[in-house]
Design a protein around this ligand. Sequence first.
Ligand code: 6FA
Length: 769
Amino acid sequence: MLRRLGLCILPLLGSVFAQSGGPYIDPDNGVTFYGITEPAHGVTYGFVFPPLDQNSTEFIGEIVAPIAAGWAGVAPGGSMLRNLLLVAWPNAGKIVRSARYATSYALPTAMSGPVLTDLPSSKVNETHWKWVYRCQNCVTWSTDTGTNSIPVSSTGVPAWAFSSRAVQTPSDAQSTFVQHTDFGFFGLDFSEAHVSDSQYQLWASGGTGTGTLPPTSSPTTSTPAGPTSTVPAVPYDYIVVGSGPGGLVTADRLSEAGKKVLLIERGGPSLGFTGGSYQPDWLKGTNLTKFDTPGLFETMFSDDNSFWWCKDITVFAGCLLGGGSAINGGLWWLPPDFDFSPNYGWPRSWANHLPYSAKLKARLPGTDTPSTDGKRYLMQSADVTAQLLKPAGYTNITINNSPNSKNRVYGYSTFGFLGGKRAGPIATYYKSAITRKNLSYKPNTMVLNVVRNGSTITGVKTSDNVIGGNGVIPLTPKGRVILSAGSFGTPRILFRSGIGPSDMVNLVKADPVAGPLLPPQQQWINLPVGHNVSDNPSINLVFTHPSIDAYDNWANVWSSPRPVDAEQYATNQSGVFAHASPRLNFWRAYTGRDKKVRYIQGTARPGAASITTDNPFNATQIMTITVYLSTGVTSRGRIGIDAAMKALPLVDPWFTDPIDKEVLLQGLNDIVANIPKVSGLTMITPDNTTTVKDYVDAYSPASMNSNHWVGSCSINHVVDQNTKVLSTNNLFVVDASIIPSMPMGNPQASIMVMAEQAVAKILALPGGA
Ligand code: 6FA
């Protein structure tokens, strides 16, 4: 039996782009490698090269991964496209590996040229697998656009990819596999990563030991340079960063206006028509992915291959085409007037949202009959909730027919879907934008910071160092950058660009990779980026009722769905799977003791995320009502980064004002008061041993998160009335982060109406390209 693998753990210098590699000795084989142990998954990637003056075309490398890793891979040249990709996984106690190559963001295929030799210290045991290899003919390779190479004499940014999912056919080195769960980059000074010829030859022939660390070695702090082969850095009039609801509306309208636009997205495809391919077996043969299929919404949270979540943000955020709109519940409220009211922090110039709401409605009106046959399915939780609300004076409406009706009303859940499929901004705005020649779309590319000369932005620095040799994409002389990277992503880019509170920018300064990219300290711009953040606090009430079909709590919808429902959906996108889980929504206004009006929103659905009762209950009959505190919420929190450049809430935004809690409690008590009026209805969380107040008092703050974050770059505080970042000439923000207070519940449609208005203001602003 193999002994436990000796893992050489380097100092954990942060995650994703914050990391920089350095030398380490693998205690198992004694080889001095240059690389990292990336902290998210605990995988080590290392390389060592022959002497630089030999102009050799080979190197020795290793990948050491926890046994749970489905597969892991590395691109020493730094990005997925047109690069040497080394991929490995364990099978039957042995390593299966291959060199692969891709010219598009699809499954990489076998790469001809590289000669791989497994070295003897490769192994698999109960806890880890390790692939140690010699890669010959691996430093320079031909591409369809020229040649590409590993920057062996300078610094580079190798990329890693990791999947928790096993490949399809583990015994086959050319097996297919689904998209990586996670990926990242690290800076590495390849010029250091060379050893003497005799030393290299010893290791390359399978010898071990005698590795030493360079006496003065330290992690690289220099600005990483790219591979020696580059593509020219083309300038753009507008660079839009992020393809969520904010970014897609912006990119579409700017390109419609004839501007030369680049849309950059850090993640990959989502819906089938965008190139997405992640689907359950029962949808094979269709173009429908997990992201297209509304009824798979609940599996976003239970899938062990969750490549869509941003791994460097500590709360749920979608990192793929469409951002949150690709993975969310799809609830779609055309905004009421309150959403843009000066009473809730908007400049007066924004109050007339109606023309912009009309533009959105024309593209995507929303539907409360998402199934293509016009019928509603699995509606028992809606019927039960309606019975509970009617005695309290609620009336039934079609939600988007009267957006301003938000007091004592309920209606069938309305979704941003089309033809039984998720649509949102992807199947509307992206769909039209991508057809225009003046719009370029660059996926799988992360913007690290904006490049600026004082208050003028000259471009963006990306993770793709193939561009121009340093990853910088420039603006045309009157060009503008628009950040649409979301409530967490946009503040991080600003901090990394020297814009924000000094405590945040100083964390960037201390980071070995991000620090050197900051502008000089005298050019830092002190703005309250990350402050004034809100999200709806929400509390779940769980019930049972004999009429409810809990749909097996959504547990089987991916791998063993009810056959009739699966067949129906696959055939014509009708039936249960055409809905996401919600079935009914309601609103009510309350005036707190501070005389301020706050709204509550309720969402009813079959099933439950967590149940806290010792009493027996019938699990096939469970349903949840989530009650949110919505527009009018006064609590505020703060978003920031940690020393590893991870984005996170620094101060939770829920119940910092006790009156918010009082009002939400009142709303919950009013719902609970009518339970006796609904025959057969039993509340099981909280159950009859716990008061609603005690339940709310004990509610974990993390569970109160509704994923509706707004405000971290609030208008009037961080951006001006035209959404331009204060004290800059040409940097704008158009995403949830500029919204100064909570919209009426689920915000994506409101964010898109905001973006319609923002882009109109930006286009009207003199001085732009
Ligand atoms: N909103 C609704 O209206 N209805 C819902 O049902 C609903 N449900 C959910 C939900 O169930 C979950 C789990 C989550 C997380 C959110 C939900 N929301 C719902 C909220 C809604 O999705 C968000 O409010 C909305 O998507 C925010 O839109 P933004 O445009 O402000 O930002 P996103 O985060 O969506 O997009 C940012 C994009 O930028 C992403 O694609 C990201 O990958 C990309 N990005 C970030 N940093 C980047 C960087 N440095 N470089 C390049 N790209 C970057």
